[in-house]
Ligand binder design. Structure first.
Ligand SMILES: [Fe+2]
Ligand SMILES: [Fe+2]
Length: 135
């Protein structure tokens, strides 16, 4: 069972970004499924790496879009992204060193963070990007 799937209520009004948000949930769910099936680090390791890489890419695409649109809340938005990536980078490094494993807490944390961020922060740029954005 998936932890969380993207739905229309999460739409930020930009197809490319919605697609990336969907992709992020898909990757979290893929990792969750692998974990539930008891797959080992040879499977979860690359999936975790893929998720981290995609998260970084998504944030940078989103920030570039907001930069182009000269969104006034960009600095604060960037800070949310930075805080999350700092946090997951630490976790990923601990995972690499064998000090941590992919567990349900990590996946729930990511899925909750993403849901709250999309609903509470990303949706905050919808109107602005619609009016000023090139996307
Ligand atoms: Fe964001
Ligand atoms: Fe986003």
């Amino acid at each position: 069972m998936a932890l969380k799937v993207w739905n229309e209520s999460m739409s930020v009004g930009v197809a490319r970004i919605d697609g990336q948000h969907k992709g992020l949930f898909d990757m979290i769910n893929e990792l969750h499924a692998a974990m539930m099936e008891g797959k080992g680090r040879t499977v979860t390791g690359p999936l975790l790496k893929k998720l981290m890489k995609y998260t970084h890419e998504h944030f940078s695409v989103e920030e570039k879009m907001l930069e182009t649109a000269q969104f006034p809340g960009l600095a604060a938005h960037r800070k949310y992204h930075r805080d999350l990536t700092d946090h997951v980078d630490v976790l990923a490094a601990r995972y690499e060193r064998g000090e941590a494993s992919v567990n349900i807490e990590l996946l729930s944390f990511l899925s909750d963070w993403l849901t709250k961020h999309i609903q509470g922060v990303d949706k905050g740029y919808t109107q602005w990007v619609k009016e000023h954005g090139v996307h």
